[in-house]
Design a binder for this molecule. Sequence first.
Ligand SMILES: [Zn+2]
Length: 278
Amino acid sequence: MPRTPEEAAQIIMRYTPEACQEQNQFMAEVFQTRGGRIGSGMGGVIEALWGFYLNRILLREGVTDIQLAWIYGHEYNDFACIDIASEWDPETRQGEFLRIEVKSMVASADESKAHFDRLSSEFLPDELLAVFLWDWAPSTATANLVHPRIHDQFINKATGVAALRDALHINRGGTFVVDGHCPDNCAPGTCSHVHEPLNSAGKRERISGPISTRGTGKSSYAANFGGLLRMLTSRGATAATGARIIEEHMASNASANEYVRFMARNYSRISRRNKFET
Ligand SMILES: [Zn+2]
């Protein structure tokens, strides 16, 4: 049965909570340890396991025409939802319904190292963003054993979250490079920096931004853009307009609505600033 990318997206979204539950059972049984390192790559393991558990559930539920394929060669975990009956070519995206960008964050860490910082212009409409919030949880009090556990998860359209992220970036005084107006004075049509985010001080947010806007000091770019939690916060004079932008997006953008609720039910600093029921 041929599917649309939208149908494939709905199936993946529907079975993700169940995949996380089963993954949690597995991790509680197998990944027991004393200690429990942060920043050790366990987040990457959790991201990858989700894909395997989702595939298992699809088979069990009789969904035999699509599956997730783990994309080779990306620096972050990325899956493609592919048509089982077709040849898959990750270069041309032949045989793909959509892609899923997967991120994880440690609940007790102040801010995730992961950034959702791909440019809005790079997304196809049906791409999904998945975020797993996890932490070490006690297995047995007596033996001091812990295991990783997903506390909560988000999965929905990447474009919806990116739209909110970009609007809040502009509200904070940030900009995006426009063709013909690049700080590096690139000739129109030849600029590789178009759409690159610059912060309110005019410094580049990503290493691929204009060279003349590199930061001073030890970091050559700001790296605040797309911080999974940071992207929702607005301080000082921009706080009130930031809260209004979040409210507007929540009313008109289902993915942004779910993302804000996901963050608000897990981080009181988000729920305090935005007055809605979680
Ligand atoms: Zn340029």
